[in-house]
Design a protein around this ligand. Structure first.
Ligand SMILES: *[C@@H]1O[C@H](CO)[C@@H](O)[C@H](O)[C@H]1NC(C)=O
Ligand SMILES: *[C@@H]1O[C@H](CO)[C@@H](O)[C@H](O)[C@H]1NC(C)=O
Ligand SMILES: *[C@@H]1O[C@H](CO)[C@@H](O)[C@H](O)[C@H]1NC(C)=O
Ligand SMILES: *[C@@H]1O[C@H](CO)[C@@H](O)[C@H](O)[C@H]1NC(C)=O
Ligand SMILES: *[C@@H]1O[C@H](CO)[C@@H](O)[C@H](O)[C@H]1NC(C)=O
Ligand SMILES: *[C@@H]1O[C@H](CO)[C@@H](O)[C@H](O)[C@H]1NC(C)=O
Ligand SMILES: *[C@@H]1O[C@H](CO)[C@@H](O)[C@H](O)[C@H]1NC(C)=O
Ligand SMILES: *[C@@H]1O[C@H](CO)[C@@H](O)[C@H](O)[C@H]1NC(C)=O
Length: 360
């Protein structure tokens, strides 16, 4: 009983202590870091900061400018404590208090500029799907808030494997090779100086949620029977999942032109659906010649994601009527007639002379 009362009375105290958990913050030497006192109530008044660091700081009235006018490295504005350029000496614990009541503790760790550990701790992940559009966003975690209005966001630069990339990072149709580790640097302008904050963004590429582009028809080694001198159109149909995929006809490794005045030409149609693109490439023979029968024609699907796929077909002349099937047809006709005659004779036998046709 006493124990319970004791626990109950301790509860608010315990939860109060627990809510003061340390916020870990990571930065790199040379970069800017912002410590922001959480807004518990609307009182912005009597906010004070203390620090336990090797760097001695007077955190009472730092406006960014020292008494002698020189630039200061620590700025107190609104609910934020901004270290414009971190160095190892700023590593340590910080706390903000409202009316002398400790409100939040921070533990700041400052890494060396090239630290791998920093890159790992400060990593953000994003997933995109092959052949779909993909945009990378530079994280906004712990960047200066609107209460530090003197610090203006100036620009974002992206890097991958040591090269600077054009911004923004937008892929209309993302490929597996676009995946990897990106770095974005947010630059801020304060008092005419540039201060940077960097973030690591890991782009993971997963297979498309849709299918793979493929040729639907014709089938490999199909033979199309044609009449010499007639117009022949052979459609190659495919389903695709990217604007950059393409479908076309080749003959003996050369591309078939779309010029409709040529004896053989290619024509296209493309229809977009929500979940894919249907495309047809039509191989048109204005009047099919004997030479056309000697060639092989290849329909090729080129995709950005997988290897190209091919379907090869050929033409053959519709032959003269073939003997064998005709014999079968004649036999069937003959046997049909015989059966009919038997039935008629049977009918005459059973029905006597009711049928005038029987009176032969
Ligand atoms: C800050 O606190 C002091 C004493 O605790 C008090 O006298 C003063 O009015 C407070 N200032 C504001 C702006 O609330
Ligand atoms: C901190 O700075 C304020 C204002 O500049 C000054 O009044 C105060 O004496 C300083 N405190 C210490 C410990 O230097
Ligand atoms: C910061 O706080 C942690 C936990 O209370 C303590 O272990 C550490 O020694 C402190 N660091 C400094 C620089 O005071
Ligand atoms: C606030 O804390 C400081 C140092 O801990 C102390 O000197 C001061 O008297 C306190 N002020 C109030 C109003 O409690
Ligand atoms: C700053 O932004 C927060 C939310 O993003 C908003 O509630 C607050 O009113 C803003 N403060 C100022 C001074 O604009
Ligand atoms: C800030 O980042 C930009 C873009 O990468 C770079 O050109 C500049 O040198 C950096 N400045 C500092 C002070 O680190
Ligand atoms: C199409 O082919 C014809 C005949 O070869 C040629 O005269 C014409 O210039 C071509 N047109 C185009 C647009 O290439
Ligand atoms: C693409 O072609 C290469 C070489 O022909 C082959 O090694 C690879 O496995 C193929 N990839 C796919 C996805 O079919």
């Amino acid at each position: 009983m006493m124990m319970n009362v004791l626990l109950l009375s301790l509860l608010p105290l315990l939860t109060g202590v627990c809510s003061l958990k340390l916020i870990p913050l990571y930065t790199r030497a040379g970069e800017m870091v912002v410590l922001r006192c959480p807004q518990k109530n609307d009182a912005n008044t009597n906010l004070s900061w203390t620090s336990q660091t090797t760097q001695r700081m007077n955190l009472t009235s730092m406006s960014g400018q020292a008494a002698d006018g020189s630039q200061m490295n620590v700025l107190l504005q609104g609910r934020s404590l901004v270290i414009l350029r971190a160095s190892l000496s700023y590593q340590g614990n910080y706390s903000c208090s409202v009316r002398n009541v400790s409100s939040q503790w921070f533990s700041l760790i400052v890494y060396e500029p090239q630290s791998r550990e920093y890159a790992e701790r400060n990593q953000y992940s994003t997933t995109c799907y092959t052949q779909e559009s993909c945009t990378l966003y530079c994280p906004t975690a712990n960047i200066p808030a609107n209460d530090t209005s003197k610090i203006k966001s100036s620009r974002i630069t992206w890097h991958k494997e040591g090269t600077t990339l054009p911004t923004p990072i937008q892929f209309p149709s993302v490929l597996e090779k676009d995946g990897g580790i990106y770095t974005c640097i947010r630059s801020f302008l304060y008092n005419g100086q540039i201060y940077n904050m960097s973030f690591t963004v890991v782009l993971e590429i997963q297979p498309s949620k849709h299918g793979k582009s493929k040729i639907l028809s014709p089938q490999q080694n199909d033979v199309f029977l044609v009449d010499l001198g007639s117009k022949v159109v052979i459609d190659c149909r495919a389903v695709m999942y990217s604007e950059f995929d393409d479908l076309f006809w080749l003959s003996e490794n050369s591309f078939i032109d779309t010029n409709e005045s040529l004896p053989v030409f290619n024509s296209y149609s493309r229809t977009k659906y929500i979940d894919g693109i249907k495309m047809a490439a039509s191989l048109v023979f204005r009047d099919v010649s004997k030479e056309d029968l000697l060639k092989k024609y290849t329909c090729k699907l080129e995709t950005s994601q997988q290897n190209s796929s091919f379907i090869t077909i050929s033409l053959a002349e519709k032959g003269p009527p073939v003997f064998f099937p005709n014999v079968i047809v004649l036999c069937m006709l003959a046997s049909g007639t015989v059966v009919l005659l038997i039935l008629l004779l049977l009918g005459c036998y059973i029905g006597g002379s009711k049928f005038s046709s029987c009176n032969v």
